[in-house]
Structures are given as structure tokens and as C-alpha cells.
Design a protein around this ligand. Structure first.
Ligand code: ADP
Length: 570
């Protein structure tokens, strides 16, 4: 700013010396010529320094912007790793991705252009006013006469632009959501020939985003033009009034030149205010959207005084547990997903949970590693409420094999060893042997190095489930929960897995959830769940003797398999 403000001054002096040269006496010509050279030298020096500082300013602006974006991205991703399941239940991942990409970009641009440039503009205007008002008040005032007008336009523009950016970011989020859902459900789309429908849906959403984007661009350039007009008007006034003053002998040609040159210095920053304000408006919208996520306190997290779980006997106990996805069963008792759940499983034992779909079986599985916290009652491990221990130690002790399996785009062995990437190959192999997957992998051309594609598309449903079982048993957690994890596996293979796992789970406490009775008939206790409550319980024989729901289900399934021996494993 300082060097930019010096340039008009040196220019004015040079012009005055030059006019002196033209009209002055012969005797003073030498001195005037020297002064002209000196002014020209200063001018060049100031211009070079100005250029260097501008370069530095731009470099720093971009570098700080990039670093800020890097840190924000990392903080954002770290936050995503800690958000609780209940949050993910009602938020689209496409929306989270848009925030992580577009909104961080919005903040980055602001840091790049929106901080240093306004400071420079303010310094130029204030410094210019200070220097040049002193030389001629009227011309000084005239040359800055556009500033109040530009400020007013800028604030109007900022508000309009912010409102439009908010709508635009939401519409872009929506667009990402459509694309994400489309790619996730690509098989359904193709199977039902839904391409045209999907394209139309995308087109509509995209057109809506385009409309706002164009409106925003219109507002931006209209404002930039209005501000530039005001600026040139002020310049015209300076020229007109200044010209009169020169004729009247009140100011020299050099002084007038100085004012005009000063205004030229302001031209660039004034033109850039459109960009700057646009950036500020976008960043204020993007910042809100980002910090909405960054400021969330995860519903499930370590208590400040949380201790590591201490395992002594290995007893997991549900004590009068109720849970509602909505949070408060007291307010709406009809909303409770499970209630009055009491049971215990200890090392070496197996508890089976069976019941119709939607009865709350998976919900019970989700409560044990604290994917959700119980709404009332408590779950303890060796007497410690699981809400009082650290999540890391809890989740290390509890292995949940989930119903749907996610495979990372990576080698098979990296997928199996996801929980412990540095594990020896023997452990990986022994886990896949238990899960009855080893023989299949061995026969692949690349064996354990085979890359399983996006979402593991190259594996069948049953193979993916077996990989998922291997992934969990490899960690040898003390508590194992199998949540319908063999649903896609044929009965014979499942039986082999069960026999193999018997050895592995001998010392462990196991909970098996299944709709297929043979998967859990051998359990020490079986809970029959209906509408969130345990309606029957006991071991296989006592439940059969009760002649109730379990018996009916058993007869039905036994009839279906025609007593094919599937039930024989026990
Ligand atoms: P099951 O495993 O026995 O089929 P779930 O435990 O999955 O049953 O579901 C029990 C009930 O809770 C169902 O009515 C289901 O709609 C509901 N539910 C499951 N997951 C959620 C969730 N994330 N948010 C809200 N409700 C859910």
C-alpha cells in the first residue's frame, strides 16, 4: 500500500519538473533535469517494490488459503469418524461430502482473496485520503466521493449474494445426493430400466442449481458495473474540477496528475471488491454449513472420567434395558423399540435371539458396542456400565459381525485384517479357515492379494458374509455378536462354520441372532423376541416343551427343510 501510494506522488513531481523544464529559465534547467531524473528513479523503485510485495501478497494469500483448507478438511474428516450412528441415520452422506468438498473450497477462496485484499483497499483509501486531502481538500474529497456509494452497494450485494449462495450450496448438496444414491442403487436403476427417470430427476435438480448460479452471477456483475461507473464518475469530476483549478493557478499540472494517478491505483482493488464480497458471502454460508458439523457433540462418546474396560469373569448383562431410536420412551411409550430386556451371557456360553423381522434383534446387537446408548436400564460387562468405559476398550472387547458387509477396495487379506493390519498372515488364514473361505481364496489366481472391487462386487453375498466373519473372529474379542451374519450362506456351509467357530468361541461369550433356528438351537439360552419384548425364553428343549411361538417356528422350519438333518448339529 505504501509503495502504491508513493507512485502518484512521484509521478506528480516528475510532471511538475518536466513542465518546469519546458517553461523555466535556462539557469535552473540543470537542477530541474536532475530533479526529474530523481523523481523518475524513485518512481521506478516504488513500482518494483510494489510489484514484489504484490507477488508476496498473492503468494501468502493462496498459501494460507491452502493450509487452512487442509486443516479444515482434516478436522472435518476426524469429526466424521466420531459422529454417532444416530446422526448418520438421518443425514445423507452426499450432503456430508458436499460440505467436505465445496464448502471447504468456499472457505479457502475467502482466506485466499477475502482477508488481505480488503485490508489493502482500506489502507489505500485511508492512506490516500491522508496524503492527498492535505494537498487539495476539494480534489481529495472528489477523488474519494465514490467510496460511500461503493460501500453501500457492497453491503447490499453481500446480503443478496449470501442468500443466493445459501440456496446454491443446498441445491448442490441435493444434486450430490441424487448422484450418490444413483450410483449406490445402480443395479436397481438398470434392472427397472429407470435411466430416463433418473436422468430427468438429475436434470431438474441440476437446472435448479443452474438458475441460482446464473442469478448470482447477474447480481455480482451488475454490482461490479455500478461500482465501476461510480468510480469513473468520480474520476471525471476530479478531471473537470481539477482542470478548472489548474487554469485558475490553484494547483499545478503535477498535482492534478497526482490525483488522477491515485485514482488509477484504486481502480484495480475497486474492481476486485466484487470478487472479494462474493467470497465473503460464500464463505459465511459455507462456514456455517461446515461448523454445523464440526460443532456437533457426538451422542455417544467417552465420559471425561472414562476408564478402560477391565475384564475379569467376562459377564455381559442387560439390566432392564429399553431403547427408542427417537430417544425418550417416557414421552411416547409407543415409540419404544425394545423394552424390559434382561439377560446375561458369560464366557463360554451362547445366547441366541430369534424373532420376527423388526422385533428389535439387531437393535440389541447395536447396543452392546454402544453404536447407540440405552434409553433406560443399563448394560454391564463384569459390573461396569458400558457407558462408563472408553469406547476403544469396549469395542476392542466386542466383535459384531453385521448383516450387511462392507468391503474396502483393497486386497482380501487387508480386508480380513482391517482391525489389525499388522497381524501375521497365519492369523488371517486361520480366521478365513474358520469362516470356510480359505479354500475359495486359495483358488483365486492372486490368492490373498486379490483386490475386491468397490463394495466387494466380485464376491457373492455369502462370500462377503464369510469374509466379514473372518474379519471379526480374527480379533479374538471376548464377546462375539453374530447379527444374522449367515443369512446369505447355505445351511451346510453355515454348519461347517459353526463347528469351526466352536473351537474359537469356546472361551468367549457369544450372541447369535438369526431367523434360522439351526443357527442358534445349540445356545445355552434362547430369547424369543416379539415387538421389542422377550416373550419366551429357555433352551431349545424347554422352549419346545413350552409349545408356544418357538415351537411353532420350529415346526414350520422343520417342515420346510423336511427334517433334512440341518437341525441335527444342535
Ligand atoms: P430386527 O433385527 O429384529 O429385524 P431391528 O432391531 O432392525 O429388528 O428393528 C427394530 C425396529 O426398529 C424396526 O421397527 C425398525 O424399523 C426400527 N429401526 C431399526 N433401525 C432404526 C434406525 N436406525 N432408526 C429408527 N428406527 C430404526
Amino acid at each position: 500500500a505504501i509503495f502504491q501510494l508513493d507512485i502518484p506522488r512521484f509521478l506528480g513531481q516528475a510532471v511538475d519538473h518536466a513542465t518546469g523544464l519546458l517553461g523555466g529559465a535556462k539557469a535552473s534547467q540543470g537542477a530541474a533535469e536532475d530533479a526529474l531524473w530523481a523523481a523518475a528513479g524513485l518512481l521506478i523503485g516504488a513500482a518494483i517494490l510494489r510489484g514484489l510485495f504484490t507477488m508476496l501478497h498473492n503468494y501468502l494469500g493462496e498459501a494460507i488459503g491452502q493450509r487452512t483448507a487442509y486443516e479444515l478438511r482434516l478436522a472435518y474428516f476426524e469429526k466424521l469418524q466420531r459422529l454417532s450412528f444416530s446422526y448418520h441415520d438421518h443425514v445423507h452422506s452426499g450432503d456430508l461430502m458436499t460440505r467436505g468438498m465445496l464448502d471447504i473450497e468456499g472457505v479457502r477462496r475467502f482466506v485466499e482473496h477475502g482477508i488481505l485484499r480488503p485490508i489493502l483497499l482500506v489502507m489505500l483509501v485511508v492512506g490516500g485520503a491522508y496524503i492527498y486531502m492535505g494537498s487539495d481538500l476539494v480534489l481529495g474529497l472528489l477523488s474519494l466521493s465514490f467510496v460511500p456509494f461503493a460501500l453501500w452497494r457492497a453491503s447490499v450485494f453481500r446480503l443478496k449474494s449470501r442468500a443466493l449462495w445459501r440456496i446454491l450450496q443446498e441445491r448442490l448438496s441435493h444434486l450430490t445426493r441424487i448422484m450418490e444414491e444413483n450410483l449406490g442403487g445402480i443395479r436397481v436403476v438398470r434392472a427397472f430400466a429407470g435411466q430416463d427417470f433418473e436422468i430427468q430427476k438429475f436434470d431438474e435438480s441440476s437446472a435448479k442449481a443452474l438458475a441460482v448460479a446464473i442469478q448470482r452471477v447477474g447480481v455480482r456483475y451488475a454490482n461490479t458495473s455500478i461500482m465501476t461507473y461510480a468510480y469513473f464518475l468520480a474520476m471525471g469530476l476530479v478531471l473537470w474540477v481539477g482542470g478548472q483549478k489548474v487554469l485558475d493557478g490553484e494547483v499545478t499540472v503535477g498535482e492534478l496528475t497526482q490525483f488522477l494517478a491515485f485514482m488509477t491505483v484504486l481502480q484495480m482493488p475497486i474492481r476486485q471488491t466484487g470478487m472479494v464480497i462474493n467470497g465473503i458471502a460464500r464463505a459465511s454460508v459455507s462456514g456455517v454449513r461446515l461448523f454445523e458439523i464440526l460443532d456437533i457433540e457426538p451422542a455417544v462418546q467417552d465420559r471425561p472420567d472414562a476408564q478402560n474396560l477391565e475384564i475379569k469373569d467376562g459377564v455381559l448383562r442387560f439390566e432392564n434395558v429399553a431403547f427408542s431410536y427417537a430417544g425418550t420412551p417416557e414421552n411416547d411409550p409407543g415409540d419404544v423399540t425394545i423394552k424390559e430386556i434382561n439377560f446375561e451371557v458369560r464366557a463360554g456360553q451362547t445366547v441366541g435371539i430369534v424373532g420376527p423381522p423388526g422385533s428389535g434383534k439387531s437393535t440389541i446387537a447395536h447396543l452392546i458396542p454402544r453404536f447407540y446408548d440405552v434409553t433406560s436400564g443399563r448394560i454391564t460387562i463384569d459390573g461396569q456400565d458400558i457407558r462408563d468405559v472408553t469406547l476403544d476398550s469396549l469395542r476392542a472387547a466386542v466383535g459384531v459381525v453385521q448383516q450387511d458387509t462392507f468391503l474396502f477396495t483393497s486386497e482380501i487379506d487387508a480386508n480380513v485384517a482391517y482391525g489389525e493390519p499388522w497381524a501375521e498372515q497365519e492369523r488371517v488364514v486361520s480366521a478365513t479357515e474358520s469362516a470356510q473361505l480359505h479354500a475359495y481364496i486359495e483358488n483365486l489366481p492372486q490368492g490373498y492379494d486379490t483386490i475386491v472391487g468397490e463394495r466387494g462386487v466380485s464376491l457373492s453375498g455369502g462370500q462377503r458374509q464369510r469374509l466379514s466373519i473372518a474379519r471379526s473372529v480374527m480379533l479374538t474379542p471376548l464377546f462375539m455378536v453374530f447379527d444374522d451374519s449367515t443369512a446369505a450362506i447355505d445351511a451346510a456351509t453355515e454348519q461347517r462354520i459353526r463347528v469351526a467357530l466352536k473351537e474359537v468361541t469356546k472361551e468367549r461369550a457369544t450372541i447369535v441372532i438369526s431367523h434360522r433356528l439351526p443357527s442358534l438351537m445349540h445356545a445355552d439360552e434362547i430369547l424369543f423376541l416379539d415387538e421389542g419384548s422377550i416373550v419366551e425364553r429357555g433352551n431349545h428343549d424347554s422352549l419346545l416343551a413350552q409349545n408356544g411361538r418357538y415351537r411353532a417356528l420350529y415346526d414350520l422350519q422343520a417342515g420346510l427343510t423336511e427334517n433334512s438333518g440341518e437341525a441335527a448339529d444342535g
